[in-house]
Design a protein around this ligand. Structure first.
Ligand code: PA5
Length: 427
């Protein structure tokens, strides 16, 4: 179970009476599926309902991919992409040994990125997991067409049937009908789970399993989270965190939340969090803006602003004591770099001292800090953390009175883009 701590005098001034009085009502809207967007609350107990057969199907498909291919290309964007990348990178690091190569595509319209990935794939035998709930999103659809073209030219059309796995809606969308017509293996994204809550479904589970991560442990962490974070009061750390963010914004004018990590491999976990929260609560002129930084790297860029700039930011730090790996700082007789005071120390020790020093400097300045702590960066704890944020996001959106599960604003740029591209109207 995660723990939540706060640092900074401003927390003593927050009044939680509104959140306290609404907590059980909002908890019931989530648990009994009565709030706005209630047909998208399937994630609340999805992990508990997953059958052994469903999990085994994902695990055995992942095994086949690892045994028969050099790489997996995961095509998807937004909720159909960020969760898997977040979990894989957080647990494996950025340069792991013996890594099965996973390449993410279809998350951009950049011609340079796409051309470079296609070139990189030219000499590989690769499988493809194309992920799209709607089955019609432009970025993954274009990438999939390009990759299919490459596969057909390299291996012939029959290659597609075994090499392509589609994760999509049970019935609707262009990807579903293509998969049915061409006989791809498919996994289903449930109707009642939206993209940004879908990392706990095959959307996330298949790529995570292909990366060699134990998805049963990930699911166990989510299932424990289902019990731990459904307590219908602010005793629940997930709801307390949501209430704290809301109070910082509405009572103390802290309208930007900066997610902080001291581990660069957690960057995509931050990206996933930003999508989860900003897309869920940023509507009707409401919601906090979530951003992110990697310390100590960004202390050398935005650190000045955080310490002394306009006081509108608060930090939420994901803390974990044990790094994935460590190195010891060697001794050097000459000590020309004056670093012998650190010889024999682990680099994680230095990183931790930098963290403590920064927490003290920022929270005693004008930047309040939430610390969300997990015991270990492992599949169990990450599953549990994901569920913690699911609950806090739903609670926080209901607390400010918005539907957490739609994203009407995202459609506006798409309409403009389709007009400029001359996309034919649907008949
Ligand atoms: O959270 C969401 O709903 C979005 O980010 C979607 O996941 C994203 O737009 C991709 O949609 P789709 O899976 O339909 O291709």
């Amino acid at each position: 179970m995660v723990t939540l701590k706060t640092y900074g005098n401003v927390f003593d001034k927050l009044d939680f009476s509104k959140a306290n009085s609404k907590a059980s009502e909002i908890a019931s809207m989530i648990d009994n599926k009565t709030g706005a967007g209630n047909d998208f609350l399937g994630w609340t107990d999805y992990a508990s309902k997953l059958t052994v057969e469903e999990i085994d199907d994902i695990v055995s498909t992942a095994k086949k991919i690892r045994e028969n291919y050099d790489a997996l290309v995961v095509i998807g964007i937004g909720g159909s992409y960020l969760g898997a990348r977040a979990i894989i990178e957080a647990l494996e690091g950025l340069y792991p040994e013996d890594k099965f190569e996973i390449i993410f595509l279809g998350n951009t319209l950049s011609s340079t990125y796409t051309a470079q990935v296609l070139k990189h794939l030219e000499n590989k035998k690769f499988a493809v997991n194309v992920i799209s709930k709607s089955g019609t999103t432009t970025e993954p659809a274009v990438a999939f067409r390009l990759v299919k073209d490459l596969m057909i030219k390299k291996f012939g059309v029959n290659y597609l049937k075994d090499a392509v796995i589609a994760t999509t809606d049970k019935k609707r969308g262009a990807l579903r009908s293509e998969a049915d017509q061409l006989g791809y293996k498919t996994f289903v994204i449930p109707d009642d789970i939206g993209g940004r809550f879908s990392v706990i479904t095959p959307v996330g589970l298949l790529p995570i399993a292909v990366a060699g991560i134990d998805i049963k442990e990930f699911i166990r962490g989510i299932k424990d989270g289902e019990k731990e974070y459904s307590v219908p009061s602010l005793e629940n750390p997930s709801y307390k965190y949501a209430a704290t963010r809301e109070a910082l914004a509405s009572q103390q004018h802290y309208h930007t939340e900066l997610f902080i990590t001291y581990e660069p491999q957690e960057r995509f976990f931050q990206e996933w969090l930003k999508q989860l929260i900003d897309e869920s609560e940023g509507k009707e002129d409401k919601g906090l803006f979530c951003s992110s930084a990697i310390f100590t790297t960004d202390l050398h860029s935005i650190g000045q602003f955080v310490q002394e700039g306009t006081p509108t930011l608060f930090e939420t730090i994901i803390e974990c004591d044990s790094p994935l790996q460590d190195v010891v700082i060697p001794s050097d007789e000459k000590d020309l770099d004056n670093l012998n005071y650190l010889q024999g120390k682990k680099l994680s020790y230095v990183n931790d001292k930098a963290y403590r020093a920064t927490l003290d400097a920022h929270s005693n300045g004008h930047t309040p800090c939430n610390v969300i702590k997990i015991d270990k960066m492992d599949p169990y704890n990450l599953g549990n953390l994901v569920y913690f944020f699911f609950r806090s996001t739903a609670f926080g959106a209901y607390l400010i009175g918005v539907n957490p599960f739609n994203q009407p604003g995202v459609e506006i740029y798409k309409k403009n883009m389709f007009k400029l591209l001359g996309k034919p109207e649907k008949k």
